[in-house]
Design a protein around this ligand. Structure first.
Ligand code: HEC
Ligand code: HEC
Length: 485
């Protein structure tokens, strides 16, 4: 790989890289010293970072086992470490994070696995009464942002629709989608068909939803999450430009959320709207809402059951006398070590002429203004593998208004109903290899990288418009660059 670097360096001076740093050796290894050579089979997003110590790798394998574990209801014998439900979406992390990769919207296609996949969740909620702040955190957010709109879980259905239930309980309903095709004609005459989703919730078992907000989310692939955690909070915040003072049409706001593990407000980095500050916070919420499993951070044994679902709330749970919670703290820790230390795949064909051309286009038309190519991680106590790494994740981890087309009208903490966190693009070129299909954007509406770009609106509108105007060769180069990430 390094053999090609001399060739790369020779090419650099002839390029003008607006917003793109010059090509350097580190770019070939986007996940720093932990970068892995991708294996071209199902394991692309399941490999341990290359720089783990032997002890860390043992922890990683323990977490990997838990990620694959099929949680069972209490009454199926094997109750140590169990207590699925009563309501849940699926009983294993892997069944949503399909092959450790992506999920997709339920579009009637079947997926080749040995298990039933459930790869989309639907968050539900209702706006709080104006000025009715629930706690100090909400008051804090309201002081930070006059437009802060607090949300409450739905009084009957809770935070999320669960489409499965253990025996004797009724699933809440299921998400379905109808696609409406729409054509976009590019400057060179190529016609791209986008599919606009129309989501609905069918078979509601606990009465009508009434007025509510709904946000469908597909499952993202997991890679390099520990490295994203290790980017210093101040460095990310210093890139925010909420009032667009530099006048480039791109504002970028820091998400601030409550972290249970840090026990303080913190920068939100994970989830499509950055609702989770740390991987551990995100996993405890997944255990609670997706699987109905309690942990030290989310102690509800009945998961997302509400007071309006008393038979669910009062069902027997899996917290044994000796166990602290249905998921042991050691299990939550193991899952965290796993999810934080999945290695980032090395770049492929980074020195290809077309890829280099695409890299230039990516900078020139403003993609890099949000998909920040390069970061330096800070010092993480006890985690030398994450510390002081030069990484290339292609995200600013900030919130952007992406326009009315992508809006879900579902605010989360500081994120408005139109804002989304810039997703990292490292590994994005390997999605089809892992999943055998491509599903991009928060609700999986984009079936290709080009479709994903064409949905960009709001602060992303001018970059999207520029892609429509690109010559055929520049557009193909841009896509080749994305495939090489
Ligand atoms: C029912 C489907 C489902 C299950 C089961 C599930 N996840 Fe997820 N996961 C998601 C979705 C959807 C998101 C995005 C959430 C959001 O936007 O707020 C996500 C996000 C994450 C993230 C943050 C990723 C990022 O880049 O922002 C991590 C880490 C994660 N999940 C780990 C896990 C672990 C570990 C488990 C098992 C304990 C698990 N998940 C179970 C659907 C699922
Ligand atoms: C204003 C900030 C901004 C700009 C500029 C921008 N993006 Fe994005 N990009 C985002 C956000 C935010 C999302 C997620 C939107 C969603 O899920 O609804 C996204 C999503 C994507 C995705 C899908 C990622 C995934 O995980 O599904 C791709 C691919 C992408 N952008 C590429 C590009 C390219 C190429 C350009 C330049 C033409 C570009 N973006 C310009 C903010 C931006």
């Amino acid at each position: 790989m390094f053999r090609t670097l001399a060739a790369l360096l020779l090419i650099v001076p002839s390029l003008t890289l607006a917003d793109m740093p010059p090509i350097e050796e580190s770019e070939l290894q986007p996940g720093g010293e932990g970068t892995v050579e991708p294996m071209y089979d199902i394991d692309v997003f399941a490999l341990p970072a290359a720089n783990l110590s032997i002890i860390q790798e043992l922890d990683f394998q323990f977490g990997s086992g838990l990620f694959r574990k099929r949680w069972q209801p209490l009454d199926e014998g094997n109750y140590r470490m169990d207590g699925l439900g009563p309501l849940y979406n699926t009983n294993s992390c892997l069944f949503c994070h399909i092959k450790d990769g992506r999920g997709y919207a339920p579009d009637g296609t079947s997926f080749e696995t040995s298990y039933e996949v459930v790869s989309m969740i639907g968050k539900v909620g209702v706006p709080a009464d104006e000025g009715a702040y629930m706690d100090e955190m909400e008051e804090y957010l309201a002081a930070l942002d006059p437009d802060f709109e607090p949300m409450r879980p739905h009084p009957v259905y809770g935070y999320q629709i669960q489409d499965h239930a253990i025996e004797g309980h009724k699933p809440e309903g299921s998400i379905s989608v109808i696609w409406h095709p729409e054509e976009v004609t590019l400057a060179d005459g190529v016609v791209v068909t986008l599919r606009r989703p129309e989501f609905s919730i069918e078979g509601l078992a606990y009465g009508p939803l009434g007025e509510h907000a709904f946000s469908p989310r597909i499952t993202p692939q997991l890679t390099g999450l520990g490295l994203l955690t290790a980017i210093p909070e101040d460095a990310i915040k210093s890139k925010a430009d909420p009032l667009d003072e530099d006048g480039d049409g791109i504002s970028g706001r820091a998400q601030i959320t409550w972290s249970d593990i840090l026990d303080r407000p913190a920068l939100g980095r994970f989830g499509w709207k950055g609702s989770a500050a740390t991987v551990r916070d995100q996993i405890s919420v997944a255990l609670r809402n997706d699987m109905g499993v309690s942990s030290d951070l989310q102690p509800d044994d009945a998961g997302d059951c509400t007071a309006a679902q008393p038979e669910c709330l009062n069902a027997p749970h899996g917290r044994g006398a000796a166990e602290e919670y249905e998921a042991l703290t050691a299990s939550l820790r193991g899952l965290t070590v796993y999810a934080e230390n999945i290695g980032v795949p090395a770049r492929r064909d980074a020195d290809d002429k077309q890829v280099l051309q695409g890299r230039k286009v990516f900078g020139e038309i403003g993609c890099a203004a949000c998909h920040t190519p390069k970061w330096q991680t800070g010092e993480v106590v006890g985690q030398p593998q994450l510390s002081n790494q030069t990484i290339w994740p292609y995200t600013d981890l900030l919130l952007h208004d992406m326009g009315p087309e992508l809006a879900d009208d579902f605010p989360e903490m500081l994120a408005s109903g139109r804002e989304w966190r810039t997703p990292p693009l490292w590994g994005i070129g390997l999605i089809d290899l892992t999943n055998g299909r491509e599903d991009y954007l928060h609700d999986g509406r984009a079936g290709s990288l080009l479709e994903a770009i064409l949905w960009h609106g709001g602060e992303g509108q001018s970059a999207r418009d520029a892609v429509i105007e690109l010559s055929t060769s520049d557009r193909e180069a841009l896509l080749a660059f994305l495939k090489s990430l």
